[in-house]
Design a protein around this ligand. Structure first.
Ligand SMILES: Nc1nc2c(ncn2[C@@H]2O[C@H](COP(=O)(O)OP(=O)(O)OP(=O)(O)O)[C@@H](O)[C@H]2O)c(=O)[nH]1
Ligand SMILES: [Mg+2]
Length: 196
């Protein structure tokens, strides 16, 4: 749910990077943080385990320009992908405006992708939200893996109807990182203007 601060002429949005463990959600935020110019970004906060798995979330605030004189501030979050952190995942989805689903191209993660998507739907339902009504894009990450699954196979599992914008990525090389963020933020802004 976007919040508007009229005094500061600022609109805040929340975008959540969701997906199975180790699919590359944190890597997306790190890469964005590395490449975005200093004046557009705030501090990145990462709460992680000793082995760099996300424990609660990562957070990165980004300014993505002005709309009708209002500064648009996007709050990017990742969820912890490990199955047993579902309470955190659900909490992080509170007030979400848009979702980037980060899928893993590794053959042995096809099922984990599908399970994470099912878990996302379930957790959204707790807030009476559904993917059909939410700005939502898919990033198929780790396209550099020599045994990466064919894109069509990943799509068949995650979006059989072919309705969701889908982007290939090698997040650790910053390939395909900006496109899904741009696409989801555009959808979020469009949705806001429809409401206005
Ligand atoms: N080959 C390959 N490895 C990647 C890519 N992107 C990320 N990785 C690696 O995948 C591993 C997991 O990346 P993270 O970004 O920590 O994954 P995560 O989704 O945040 O994992 P959780 O926090 O446990 O949910 C790291 O070793 C990354 O370097 C990619 O495009 N290709
Ligand atoms: Mg992580």
């Amino acid at each position: 749910m976007s919040t508007i601060n009229f005094a500061a002429r600022e609109i805040n949005f929340k975008v959540v990077y969701y997906g199975p463990g180790l699919s590359g959600k944190t890597t997306n935020l790190k890469q964005i943080h590395t490449h975005v110019p200093g004046e557009s970004k705030g501090e990145m906060v990462s709460l992680q385990t000793e082995d760099e798995r996300t424990l609660f979330f990562d957070f990165l605030p980004l300014d993505l320009g002005k709309v009708n004189g209002f500064k648009t501030r996007f709050h990017l979050y990742t969820v912890p992908g490990q199955v047993f952190y579902n309470a955190s995942r659900r909490l992080i989805l509170r007030g979400v405006d848009g979702v980037v689903f980060v899928a893993d191209s590794a053959p042995n993660r096809l099922r984990a992708n599908a399970e994470s998507l099912r878990n996302l739907r379930e957790n959204l339902a707790e807030y009476d939200l559904s993917l059909g009504e939410l700005p939502y894009v898919i990033q198929v990450n780790k396209r550099d893996l020599p045994d990466a699954l064919p894109l069509d196979m990943v799509r068949a599992v995650l979006d059989p109807a072919g309705r969701v914008p889908l982007f290939e990525a090698v997040a650790q090389s910053y390939q395909g990182v900006v496109e899904p963020l741009k696409a989801v933020s555009k959808l979020v802004l469009e949705k806001l203007s429809q409401k206005a």
